[in-house]
Design a protein around this ligand. Structure first.
Ligand code: ZN
Length: 430
């Protein structure tokens, strides 16, 4: 048994005790001799947040094509991305994950679909970045096999061969997947840069290895048009034919669904990573979050790539989800507890996990402590957290171990990491 840590005196939900990587008690706890007691008087404690969609490598190309829609933005950036090596991606991932940790995230999905020259050691370097920052990674081995010459959107130089993708995906899972700190998933990029054969074979591979599946779906009206033109089907129909409307799949964005499609996704249990800031930034549309959750769809939050969301923090997405949900459905469409649930439990469900995203005895001790001193005047601590000023965590724990303490990352020199990334980013543009 390791030493028990007791977070004492939080305004919400009271005291929290952690031991051996698990939450062991929540409520009113009398510290025992030998406990490590952390005074969190007046603070607000939640489960660590779960980010369900990101492209960490894009931290190296922030701030470009800022007024473009998705396809314009992608075609500007593809040529640059082919120059990214594993060390560029590692530098970007460290800073991106650090930003997530400081904003309360304890588990982050990274959809990495760019493997120039087939060098899949890039996935090892992303996993390294997760270890260096100290948070869990859902490492989505992304892929593209449909280049421009075959009717796809990306230049041929950034796509891979289908057999090589499948072989590499199995090897990456074998090297890195442990299901707890690193969860490898199988993740062809999007309908407009992947062949139906790769989608079908990826699903078969994932199911043979017991891994989950992830892709982009129904993000833009352009995608829907492209899908109708190429296949004569709407994106959900296409994915269904390929075996992807199932409960081991979660999709990014999920905006342009009709009523029948929402019901089908709910019946199948297919999850949606809702990325409200990215959707607003690219003018993609408003996700039907309340309809999706009412239909039984697991919905989590995602910051999306840092080049379509230059902030990269997960905390701000909670409030943004509330705003976007209310813009679509009115003031009573989404409450503060609903959006907090999306950011925690909902995200965990997308990743197929019931061991994280809950502040309850038995769950893994992934815990965020938010400073409460400047919101003490607000009567409801959770409403204050969601609707009050932006904040970074005071403390963050993953598996009961401190990742952020007193507002600082425990194992990382963030300033040095930012300098390293800036140097690498400048080199890309030369
Ligand atoms: Zn994305």
């Amino acid at each position: 048994m390791t030493v028990r840590t007791v977070l004492r005196g939080a305004r919400w939900p009271g005291d929290v005790a952690m031991q051996d990587g698990r939450i062991v008690a929540v409520g009113s706890i009398e510290p025992l001799p030998g406990d490590r007691v952390v005074d969190v008087a007046g603070d607000v404690v939640t489960a660590g947040l779960v980010n369900t969609h990101h492209h960490l490598f894009q931290w190296a190309t922030r701030g470009r094509a800022v007024d473009s829609d998705l396809f314009g933005w992608l075609t500007t950036l593809y040529p640059l991305w082919q120059r990214l090596g594993p060390e560029d991606v590692h530098a970007a991932a460290v800073v991106g994950l650090a930003q997530l940790a400081l904003t309360g995230c304890t588990t982050a999905a990274d959809h990495h679909y760019l493997v120039p020259r087939g060098d899949d050691s890039v996935f090892d370097r992303i996993a390294d970045a997760g270890r260096e920052v100290g948070i869990r990674i859902a490492l989505a081995r992304g892929s593209m096999d449909l280049g421009e010459s075959a009717g796809g959107l990306p230049p041929d130089s950034v796509v891979e061969d289908r057999d090589a993708i499948l072989e590499s995906t199995a090897a990456v899972a074998d090297r890195l997947h442990d299901g707890a700190r690193v969860q490898v998933t199988v993740a062809p990029c999007a309908p407009f840069n992947v062949t139906p054969e790769l989608m079908r074979e990826s699903a078969a591979l994932a199911r043979s290895l017991g891994l989950r599946l992830h892709t982009h779906l129904a993000e833009t009206v352009d995608e829907e048009r492209d899908c109708l033109a190429r296949f004569g089907r709407r994106p959900v129909d296409l994915l269904d034919e390929l075996g992807w409307i199932a409960d081991d799949v979660w999709v990014a964005h999920g905006i342009h669904f009709d009523d029948a499609e929402v019901a089908r996704l709910g019946a199948a249990g297919t999850g949606v990573a809702h990325c409200p800031s990215s959707n607003a930034r690219l003018g993609a549309g408003l996700c039907r979050v309340t309809d999706l959750t009412a239909a039984g769809v697991p919905v989590g939050l995602g910051v999306d790539g840092a080049a379509s969301n230059e902030v990269g923090g997960l905390f701000a997405e909670i409030r943004q989800a509330l705003y976007v949900g209310r813009l679509r459905g009115g003031a009573d469409a989404l409450g503060v507890r609903d959006v907090l649930r999306l950011a925690t439990e909902g995200g965990a469900r997308c990743l197929g996990r019931d061991d994280i995203g809950r502040l309850e005895p038995g769950a893994r001790a992934d815990v965020a402590v938010w400073p409460g001193d400047d919101i003490a005047d607000m009567p409801d601590p959770l409403a204050a957290l969601v609707l009050g000023p932006d904040r970074l965590v005071r403390h963050l724990y993953v598996e009961g171990e401190p990742v952020v303490a007193d507002g600082e990352l425990v194992g990382l020199d963030l300033r040095a990491a930012r300098e390293r990334l800036a140097g690498r980013a400048r080199r890309l543009w030369d």
